[in-house]
Design a protein around this ligand. Structure first.
Ligand SMILES: *[C@@H]1O[C@H](CO)[C@@H](O)[C@H](O)[C@H]1NC(C)=O
Ligand SMILES: *[C@@H]1O[C@H](CO)[C@@H](O)[C@H](O)[C@H]1NC(C)=O
Ligand SMILES: [Ca+2]
Ligand SMILES: [Ca+2]
Length: 280
């Protein structure tokens, strides 16, 4: 990794956050002596550089210098900087960092306990009150509003420094952004949110599709697995106690995956308005 980044620095100036695969591709467009240099450096660099391991595992070289993934020891995890690094496991135990949770899970591999252990939510474990039916109905009101506001914020950021949204996405959000009728971000009552959903229903169709596409990437198969939902669920659970129940019930046919149809219907989008083109 260091060698590749270094080389990149020489050729193109500093490139922060670019992965080695991209770097190699860029290097290949350069003049032939530099290409040669790049390839040489790539082969002498650490075989673990480009080797991906899932969370809880790390790359180690075996006797033949071949990279492989082995369980990380939780003592090797970087220490937590503050309470925001703490996570609560599905065993209702607080772990200092998510690294520690996944290392623990990996070291329990093959056991029932290890199989059941997942990251439940961010922050230390706390008492999460049960979600009652009336609250469950209110949850999508806030969630839809929030999704719309996230997109509008990305749109506003984009006008200062482009790169958050693609041009297609910008075009769709622009229509919402420029609408005079839209409800501006704020701490609105559930009544107002419900009223706005009726009045400005069309503004919510795209944000609901957009969030689905954001999550459906591992793989992009039009269904969300438990782990694809995690980036949304995990930070939300401590703030919105209906999150877990909402996503559980969203999976109407109980096949452990949330399909696009299930997802949109959970958010009150009519089946006629489901449009796979909005996912791109
Ligand atoms: C989980 O742990 C928290 C904090 O220790 C506790 O308040 C809560 O009651 C526990 N929840 C369950 C379901 O046991
Ligand atoms: C939002 O409004 C509700 C009442 O409608 C109030 O109880 C709550 O404290 C407010 N939250 C914030 C963050 O202002
Ligand atoms: Ca998927
Ligand atoms: Ca399902």
């Amino acid at each position: 990794m260091h060698l590749n980044v270094c080389l990149c620095y020489i050729l193109q100036g500093p490139l922060v956050g670019v992965n080695p695969v991209q770097i190699r591709r860029m290097v290949c467009f350069r003049d032939s002596s530099l290409v040669f240099l790049a390839i040489t450096l790539f082969y002498v660099s650490d075989p673990c550089d480009d080797f991906r391991c899932k969370r809880g595992k790390m790359c180690k070289l075996d006797q033949d210098n071949k990279p492989s993934c082995v369980c990380q020891e939780s003592t090797e995890c970087p220490p937590s900087l503050n309470e925001f690094d703490h996570v609560c496991g599905t065993d209702n135990k607080t772990y200092s960092t998510s690294c520690e949770l996944f290392a623990t899970k990996c070291n329990l591999e093959g056991t029932k306990k290890g199989h059941r252990l997942h990251l439940d939510y961010t922050g230390p474990c706390k008492l999460i009150p049960p979600c009652v039916d009336t609250e469950l109905v209110q949850f999508p009101l806030r969630m839809r509003d929030w999704l719309k506001n996230v997109l509008l914020q990305l749109y506003e950021h984009d006008s200062m420094s482009a790169g958050y949204l693609t041009s297609k996405q910008r075009f769709r959000v622009k229509k919402i952004f420029e609408s005079e009728r839209r409800l501006h971000a704020g701490n609105h009552s559930d009544e107002l949110l419900a009223h706005d959903f009726e009045k400005n229903y069309n503004m919510y169709i795209y944000p609901v599709h957009w969030q689905f596409a954001q999550l459906d990437q591992h793989p992009s198969d039009r269904v969300l697995s438990h782990s694809e939902l995690a980036p949304l669920r995990v930070p939300l659970v401590p703030m919105e106690h209906c999150t877990s129940r909402f996503f559980q019930e969203c999976d109407a046919d109980k096949d452990k995956h949330v399909s696009l149809t299930e997802w949109t219907s959970c958010f009150g989008i009519k089946s006629n308005d489901i449009d796979v083109n909005l996912l791109f």
